[in-house]
Design a protein around this ligand. Sequence first.
Ligand code: NAI
Length: 419
Amino acid sequence: MKYDIKNIKLAQHGALRIEWARNNMPVLGLVTKRFKKEKPLKGLTIAACLHVTTETAVLMEVLKAGGANVAVCASNPLSTQDDVAASLAKNLKIPVFAIKGEDTKTYYKHIVSALSYEPNITMDDGADLVSLIHQHPEKYFRKPVLGGTEETTTGVIRLKALAAEGKLRYPIVAVNDALTKHMFDNRYGTGQSTLDGIIRATNKLVAGSNFVVCGYGWCGRGLAMRAQGMGANVIVIEVSPLKGLEAVMDGYRVMTIKEAARIGDIFVTVTGDVNVIREEHFGLMKNGAIICNSGHFNAEIEIKALEKMAKAKKTIRDYTVEYILKNGRKIYLLGEGRLINLAAAEGHPASVMDMSFCNQALGVEYMKKNYKDLENGVYSVPENIDNEIARLKLKSIGVSIDTLTEEQKKYLSSWEMGT
Ligand code: NAI
């Protein structure tokens, strides 16, 4: 079996951390039990381009339990946990191609390695794998691809753009669009793990800081809420009037990035956009300002401009680079501008990935059953699957909710009754 990882000797350490994640993923555990019996994924070969974390390893176990063959590569050069990669190769016998800190060339070489298993299902996080195969269809569509799944907001945006041009060659389930994904993973997962990444990289006190959140979508809302909970003065930057207004009414200060640049202590981008913090803003920043990104690509901060503006730079702590600007001020860039929660911390906690990856596993099962009836487009996770995941998650944490009485059902579906 082929693999390209940092060090196979890390496998035991990885196995223990995967066990910890598995213990915190009870809903996925239920899916595993059923998959073991029913083998619904038999005949599938899945190329999974995901962050190689402990939770991803648990997802890989589920897919194997369902009868699928899997090959894994990283969906970000800096998000791989090398001990997990080792355990996937050694203990799960899964071909894995991922090394934390790999350069861009190796990153793409690893995607190609995963594709060499001729997948009939793709599983992506950010759509780099899907984008690659669509750029070279002659190489990668020799055998038909039945369908795929996509994990994140940025990936779904790219896939919808591909579909709008009529170029998407098979149907894809947008896992991100499931409520049991973005309402929890993007909000609470990113909220907590982004702060975790910033704190591990810098050990800065969040309380009392001016904490600038660029983008008030699902991730930004979670991050703002958690930073405020730690005592930060949160400032929100938006381009959408609705989201900007929502942030105002949620109690945050809202202003332009140019205004915030002068007063922010910690800046985080979570927009999925490009060059949100740019050359014109770096020059305005206070001495000691910290900048990082938790959006999918390292495109949200104009790093090239920062490099040009700096007269010196050095790595002062792990994942923290100090830039000394010509004006003498120091600015700190975390995690090379890549997803800080995965670069400097461990990504989302397992209990939230439990739901996201349930959507992945059940999304693949859905795709296998239904691909023949689907067009080459981007599909939501069916509502019944979404609801069932929420029901099982509540059950797993011992929370009961009410059910509608017959009278209430009738009332809620009628128009005659007023006061
Ligand atoms: P979203 O679409 O809910 O929110 C993005 C927000 O950014 C929108 O409100 C939009 O108006 C705003 N925005 C766009 N351009 C802007 C600009 N120039 N300045 C200020 N605001 C701007 O998206 P969501 O789900 O919050 O995801 C955001 C990014 O985070 C995506 O790239 C997504 O893939 C990524 N993501 C990262 C995770 C992580 O683990 N770090 C987890 C989930 C998503």
